[in-house]
Ligand binder design. Structure first.
Ligand SMILES: *Cc1c(COP(=O)(O)O)cnc(C)c1O
Length: 401
């Protein structure tokens, strides 16, 4: 039987050793090699929005698999056009660029903003403002944009022209932003950075400041998008209109696809030859994402996200009354973080390991946040079961503490 010591032999060691091997998923359940069952509150890190092996998604995949998988961007295909039309119809965007991951979507966003500023104002206007603790991906460009210096160590030199500011700090933003700024890049909820929501007034300040200096507002919705927070995209909780938005993760519900959505004043600078991707917009990925979008962007699904999110937060608060582990429980919809008290700082990983022992997959977001990002189709009964398992895991943690 394929085992984890084979994993250690043949895969690069950049992920550390996973706790188990999974062979099957169904709905919100995962099954290991010996049939052991896990309830999935991790969702493949906010990816498996429709759970595992959703019949409609399988149907979209197999139907398209029997037609054509790949064409390159020399040729057009129907699913890509249909998905772009659907995304344009339900967002601020005028146009869509397809790629294969979140990092690639952010690379496209950075390049689009730079090119727009270059064409309109010249090479001086190239500064990208991003925020401390932000996460935008693992390419050289996106670790530079990201606000976690540890991801940059050993990979220098980094590209120039990126500035990092404290998140949710209006004064720092107003002091730094200038005519040289070509874009401000921000997550509506910092996902990897600890499930930290943007303050609504800060979000508005960014929009106003961008307008003042002619910079593009890039909203990274790779984690918060596709229904995760109870709206199709998290910016839709506000009155703010992005210039550029990036999506991936739940966009393909497990099939690798990313997208950069933007307004016409940006896209008109991405003239033929300026950017590209061999696989981007391939018919297989776009057919799957188009079907997923149809299912996710419905009142039934989105109201389930809100209701299940409230149920989970309420349950976590009750568990916290019992065990007193957390100083705050935050997030929106089904992206939730429970922030450990200072005395438990650094021990979030122990919590997720303990839930696994109770048959429950959970995530961390840094060393002090226990994170939950379940499939958006999760049921009331499944959340109740998850809370029972969390109860046992937290009790165990308390014993060890
Ligand atoms: C996961 C994530 C990314 C990177 O996506 P990949 O598909 O891993 O490249 C970028 N931004 C945010 C906010 C993310 O959560």
């Amino acid at each position: 039987m394929t085992n984890l010591s084979d994993y250690q032999q043949v895969l690069t060691p950049n992920y550390g050793l996973p706790p188990t091997i999974i062979v099957k998923g169904q709905g919100c359940e995962l099954f290991g090699q010996t049939g052991e069952r896990y309830l999935d509150l991790a969702g493949g890190i906010a990816v498996s929005a429709l759970g595992h092996c959703h019949p409609d998604v399988i149907e979209a995949l197999t139907q398209q698999a029997n037609k054509v998988w790949h064409l390159s961007n020399v040729l057009a295909n129907e699913p890509a056009i249909e998905l772009a039309k659907a995304l344009v119809a339900c967002t601020f965007a005028d146009r869509v660029f397809f790629c294969n991951s979140g990092a690639e979507a952010n690379e496209a966003a950075i390049k689009a903003a730079r090119k727009t500023a270059f064409d309109l104002h010249g090479p001086e206007k190239h500064e990208i403002i991003a925020f401390n603790d932000a996460f935008h991906g693992r390419t050289i460009g996106t670790i530079t944009a990201g606000g976690q210096p540890k991801y940059r160590v050993g990979f220098g030199p980094m590209p120039a022209g990126f500035t990092h500011l404290p998140f949710n700090d209006c004064n720092a933003l107003n002091t730094q932003i200038s005519e040289k700024t070509c874009a401000v890049m921000v997550e509506p909820i910092q996902g990897e950075g600890g499930v930290r929501p943007i303050c609504p007034t800060f979000f508005e300040k960014i929009r106003t400041a961008c307008d003042r200096v002619g910079a593009a507002l890039i909203v990274d919705e790779v984690q918060t998008g596709m229904g995760r927070t109870g709206e199709l995209f998290a910016y839709q909780h506000s009155d703010i209109t992005p210039d550029i938005l990036t999506s991936a993760k739940s966009l393909g519900c497990g099939f690798p696809i990313g997208a950069m959505l933007c307004q016409e004043w940006i896209s008109e600078h991405l003239i033929a030859g300026t950017h590209g991707s061999t696989y981007g917009g391939n018919p297989l990925g776009t057919a799957i994402a188009a079907r997923a979008l149809e299912i996710i962007n419905t009142p039934e699904l989105l109201s389930n996200v809100v209701a299940r999110g409230q149920q989970l937060i309420q349950g976590l608060n009750q568990l916290n009354e019992k065990y007193g582990l957390f100083k705050t429980i935050r997030g929106k919809g089904l992206l939730i973080g429970a922030v450990l008290k200072d005395e438990y700082d650094g021990r979030a990983g122990e919590l997720s390991a303990l839930t696994m022992q109770e048959g429950l997959m959970t995530l961390v977001a840094g060393p002090r946040v226990h994170r939950f990002a379940p499939p958006l189709i999760i049921s009331k009964v499944e959340i109740d079961e998850a809370l029972d398992r969390l109860d046992r895991a937290y009790a165990q943690f308390n014993k060890q503490a």
